[in-house]
Design a protein around this ligand. Structure first.
Ligand SMILES: Cc1cc2nc3c(=O)[nH]c(=O)nc-3n(C[C@H](O)[C@H](O)[C@H](O)COP(=O)(O)OP(=O)(O)OC[C@H]3O[C@@H](n4cnc5c(N)ncnc54)[C@H](O)[C@@H]3O)c2cc1C
Length: 452
């Protein structure tokens, strides 16, 4: 049967754009792609990129105070949100333009509309036209979900937070995951009074306990009013703000409320189950290690599969898909020991197993140090950083590396290479320290603080 395309991609985000581009330009495939919103997807338009730019903006407040402590005579007169937001929006427009250009330059035919699966080889666009393809790739990402409660629509999600008319004077963030914690640091740095409610016992569930404990402590020291074991019960308008009733018995009014309470895969109304594609409990597309769904001609990558929801992982999955399907080289994606950063203040960089997870696999040694770094001490701050290695007692391999420090994201990218290569504690020890740095501690920790 003759198809309109070799590949039709639904979703022009991190994973979809990469797969479409590489299939067209490197593998010579005829590729179509539909994007319902803006090219670049979550990462570029409403995720990693605008968030990181806001992190940068928010870090100038403590940096200016530090500069004064180092002898600089400067005075900050305040943060101009509309000026920043204008620049941010222009930057996102620029990046979207680059994505569009890259797709066009690779010969991908794009359709600026929503698409759904009509059958295993057919995509139906919002205008009713149908396109057939030998392979269809679902790369529709995820979407923030709000808790089911009255007036939930009054609250923001991470989608709207980049486009506020004004910087809120007070903000309640509900949630304890990395997105909630990153925004707590951002708005706190920009001068908003930040309160954070999280129903669990500690923020950043799933990450190393000691590392997330330090992040929580430092966030509180920096001014975030963090309430653990606390959830929102109800919310209503109160003048220009929102009156919030919480499980801790309080009722307070905030300028804005931000729900960072999780994300769900974008699969609703896409005709997937009707076409025979199996979905999981959360609506995620079920795939095998090659990203193939229960329908052989349909593949899925990225957040819509809810495996490891990170941009570089979606890109990897897209590349592996092209390698498997268009180059005849079956390539599974390795989801083990993926380094990642949480852009809280201080930042956390992590790769491999947490101490708690590693202990379940067998005996370990834990090397850990926490100290006041030179530049913070000099500036009169109490901030501490943490460097931690989790080592397998038998093989001596470093199973996990966890860093809480300014620049931890940059550090963990490099430490991640060693961990991925299977470096042992002795390999770390053999490496000469770079002095004076914070990360030199990662190669100078001699005695374990815990074993077992
Ligand atoms: C606030 C925030 C911060 C983040 N920070 C980081 C970070 O620091 N580092 C990191 O690695 N990851 C981060 N992420 C996660 C990262 O953004 C995602 O993992 C990544 O974007 C997933 O890529 P994707 O291609 O699967 O989906 P997406 O990038 O979400 O792209 C999916 C695209 O599909 C489109 N679409 C959906 N349905 C349809 C349809 N039916 N028809 C046509 N188009 C459709 C959407 O409009 C979207 O453009 C962050 C996410 C958020 C929300």
């Amino acid at each position: 049967m003759a198809f309109d395309y070799d590949l039709f991609v639904i979703g022009g985000g991190s994973g979809g754009v990469r797969a479409a581009r590489v299939a067209a330009s490197d593998a010579g495939a005829r590729v179509g792609l539909a994007e319902a919103s803006r090219y670049g997807g979550t990462c570029v338009i409403r995720g990693c990129v605008p968030k990181k730019l806001m992190v940068f903006a928010s870090e100038y407040a403590p940096a200016l105070a530090d500069a004064q402590a180092f002898g600089w005579q400067i005075e900050a007169t305040g943060f101009d949100w509309p000026a920043f937001r204008g620049k941010l929006e222009a930057e996102l427009d620029r990046l979207e333009g680059i994505y569009r250009k890259m797709l066009a330059g690779s010969g991908v035919e794009t359709f600026d509309q929503r698409a759904r699966l009509a059958d295993p080889h057919t995509v139906e666009l919002a205008d009713g036209t149908r396109k057939t393809a030998r392979h269809i790739l679902i790369a529709t990402g995820g979407w923030p979900v709000k808790p089911e409660m009255e007036n939930a629509d009054l609250a923001l999600t991470s989608n709207e937070v980049f486009h506020l008319d004004a910087l809120p004077k007070s903000l309640l963030i509900v949630g304890g995951g990395y997105i909630a914690c990153e925004f707590a640091g951002i708005f706190n740095g920009l001068g908003t009074q930040v309160t954070q409610y999280y129903r669990g016992a500690q923020i950043l569930r799933g990450f190393d306990d000691e590392a997330r404990g330090l992040v929580a402590e430092e966030m509180q020291q920096a001014g975030v009013d963090l309430h653990l074991g606390t959830n929102i019960l109800g919310m209503e308008r109160d003048g220009s703000g929102l009156r919030v009733k919480a499980t801790n018995g309080t009722e307070r009014t905030f300028d804005q409320v931000l729900f960072a309470t999780g994300r769900a895969p974008n699969t609703a109304g896409m005709g997937l189950e009707e076409a025979g594609v199996n979905l999981g409990r959360r609506g995620e597309v079920m795939v095998d290690e090659y990203s193939q769904t229960s329908v052989p001609s349909v593949y899925a990558i990225g957040d819509v599969t809810d495996r490891l929801n990170l941009t570089p992982v979606a890109i990897r999955e897209g590349m592996a898909f092209v390698e498997t399907v268009f180059r005849g080289n079956p390539t599974p994606v390795d989801h083990a020991s993926v380094p990642t950063a949480i852009f809280t203040q201080p930042e956390m960089g992590t790769v491999g197993l947490s101490e708690e997870a590693a202990r379940e696999h067998g005996p370990i040694e834990v090397y850990c140090t926490s100290f006041k770094p030179m530049h913070k001490g000099f500036a009169g701050r109490t901030d501490r950083v943490l460097m931690k290695l989790v080592v397998c007692a038998e093989t001596r391999r470093v199973l996990g590396c966890h860093i809480v420090a300014p620049g931890a994201g940059e550090m963990i990218q490099l430490a991640g290479i060693a961990v991925k290569m299977g470096a042992t504690k002795e390999d770390f020890d053999r490496t000469v320290a770079v002095h004076p740095t914070m990360s030199e501690e990662i190669v100078t920790m001699r005695a374990p603080v815990r074993t077992g």
